[in-house]
Design a protein around this ligand. Sequence first.
Ligand code: ACO
Length: 330
Amino acid sequence: MTKKITARITAVGAYLPEKVLKNTDLEKMVDTSDSWIVQRTGIHERRIADKDEFTSTMGVKAAQQARECISLEPAKIDAIICATMTPDYLSPSTASLIQASLRAVNACALDIQAACTGFLYALSLAKGWVESGMYTNVFVVASEKNSAFIDYEDRNTCVLFGDGAGAVVVQSEGPGLEIRHIALGAEGNLANLIQIPAGGCRNTSSAETVRDKQHFIKVQGREVFKHAVRRMEAAIKDCLEKTALPEHHINWLVPHQANLRIMEAVAKDFNIPSERVFKTIDRFGNTSSSTIPIALFELEKQHPIQKNENLVLVAFGGGLTWGASLLTKI
Ligand code: ACO
């Protein structure tokens, strides 16, 4: 009988740009206040990429760090999946640019667009490829230069987002975080709640679309909020049911970092104490698809994950899309 392969995350890397944009800086740019931003979101500051840093270059730095952790030769990388909603170009894919910089000459490369849930969608593809036996070394890179798509005159969005990248290596062997289950969902009828309205084939770029600021991210925050908690809770329940894990066995909740109040509401539903909800939102804000791998990197740095500990990852974002995953340290 052939042995069942279980995919696991064997290495994690992250990259945050140096430049810090504080709430007090934003107070000088739009009609907002540090106390409004902190109370409504939990964000104190966020990182902003330099003008010559891009989604691909930040992704390369995170991926290099993960690669060096396990000393994997670039030629042994089988696949690079890049989750992003802020690609360098509409075409070619950002993953192709990352593949070239990593000199991963034997890797296939593609992008996945599921907004803030993109990392979990990409992780599910990596898990499937590894467990089917098709590939053994898959890189999942989540990277975003949100600042390139933010209107710094729009207080509804400019306070929320930051830039940054995270990367994980998914392999068939070795110690790491076993990916036990991933639950994904989408509700396309609500796609208009988080949008970059122009630049695609439906509303092509023109002087008018630039003048009307249609190339910036628009978010109907209050509406998104209503759906976020309910959908994330359902995805976590699905993971617990499929793995028969009681909720009191969750050691860490690593949620997408969009809003502190959303994270706390989800944690409360599963009786997870606040100190077991890993947060980076205060320092990095919402970096879309990359919040979860960045948080995994920071968690391992601050509280090394112990053998048999269970982590729940959960995300929600544009599309609308959502997902959760249960990982166990092996
Ligand atoms: N500073 C001061 N006031 C503000 C600001 C600001 N930066 N932004 C909005 N306001 C005002 C609004 O205009 C509104 O004023 P009004 O009542 O006079 O109309 C008031 O504050 C309250 O606005 P709400 O939108 O109701 O505020 P809310 O408590 O919902 O917080 C927020 C807004 C933080 C955006 C919240 O709704 C949220 O986090 N939503 C979820 C976002 C999310 O989940 N994103 C994930 C996906 S993102 C992705 O996929 C790319």
